[in-house]
Design a protein around this ligand. Structure first.
Ligand SMILES: Cc1cc2nc3c(=O)[nH]c(=O)nc-3n(C[C@H](O)[C@H](O)[C@H](O)COP(=O)(O)O)c2cc1C
Length: 239
């Protein structure tokens, strides 16, 4: 082979390699950026001793729909997330709410409004159970969109935060088949009651919302494929 032909072959080989390198480094650069933007927000350590008894809390619990325009603290947010899904046994990884076969098919998102939680910008956050922290999922105040997706229950837009619990059925149906769907629906009740009681014990108010368009809420929250919303619980200081 003449040196001229060998040179041409090398150029034909090098150009796609360089192009692939540029494309790959651009993509991975983007991913690194996204990771940096998604940095973890560590939550304060939750308390295991409160100021009111469990019995008083059960007695006082009510669904509350009128909220003051008053921001919550990161401590309050931390306590609510812990009561919903926090790890309560480090050895086993078992959580505050029971789960069929410890499959844990539920995830928690927080919809936070503008000036609604001290130190946090408006957005949708995902609760990372394993290290009790938050990760930004979407930026911007989505409360009005969430209220509209909840068949126009506009008090949701006036609550500083909403705790949205979602399900990925495959995590539990892979073990229990169709019965796993029932188990997930029972589990959301446990999570909801824990949120109700913790909210009440903190002097805050909430209401369980089941009336919403699944599709619209999934769109507002930009949920991953296969994840569906089950419960929305707006939280704030009761008026
Ligand atoms: C599965 C379920 C779905 C609910 N959905 C809504 C809802 O979409 N909007 C609302 O305002 N309240 C909703 N609620 C709250 C009930 O209206 C409330 O629990 C009931 O009126 C009893 O009041 P209490 O919670 O103060 O005892 C729901 C409750 C449950 C258990």
């Amino acid at each position: 082979m003449s040196p001229k032909i060998r040179g041409k072959k090398r150029v034909r080989f090098i150009i796609p390699v360089i192009t692939a390198f540029i494309i790959l480094s651009t993509i991975s650069g983007g991913r690194i950026m996204a990771q940096e933007e998604k940095k973890m927000i560590a939550l304060p350590k939750p308390k295991v001793r409160g100021t009111v008894s469990l019995e008083e809390t059960i007695k006082k619990r009510r669904s509350r729909r009128n909220f003051l325009d008053k921001p919550l603290t990161l401590e309050q947010v931390s306590q609510l997330l812990w009561a919903a899904q926090g790890i309560t046994d480090e050895r086993t990884g078992f959580r505050a709410s029971p789960s069929g076969g410890a499959c844990y098919p539920l995830d928690i998102y927080l919809v936070i409004g503008k000036n609604s939680v001290e130190g946090l910008e408006a957005g949708v956050y995902r609760y990372l159970v394993s290290n009790h922290s938050l990760e930004i999922h979407l930026r911007g105040d989505k409360r009005r969109a969430l209220a509209l997706a909840s068949l126009g229950q506009m008090f949701i837009a006036r609550a500083p935060i909403s705790i949205v619990t979602t399900v990925e059925y495959s995590r539990i149906t892979s073990r229990y088949g169709q019965r796993g769907v029932r188990y997930a629906h029972i589990e959301i009740g446990h999570v909801g009651e824990n949120i109700y009681l913790q909210t009440e014990a903190l002097g805050l108010g909430t209401v369980a919302i089941g009336a919403f368009s699944d599709g619209m809420v999934a769109k507002v929250l930009s949920l991953p494929r296969g994840h569906e919303p089950l419960y929305i619980m707006p939280v704030g200081y009761p008026r």
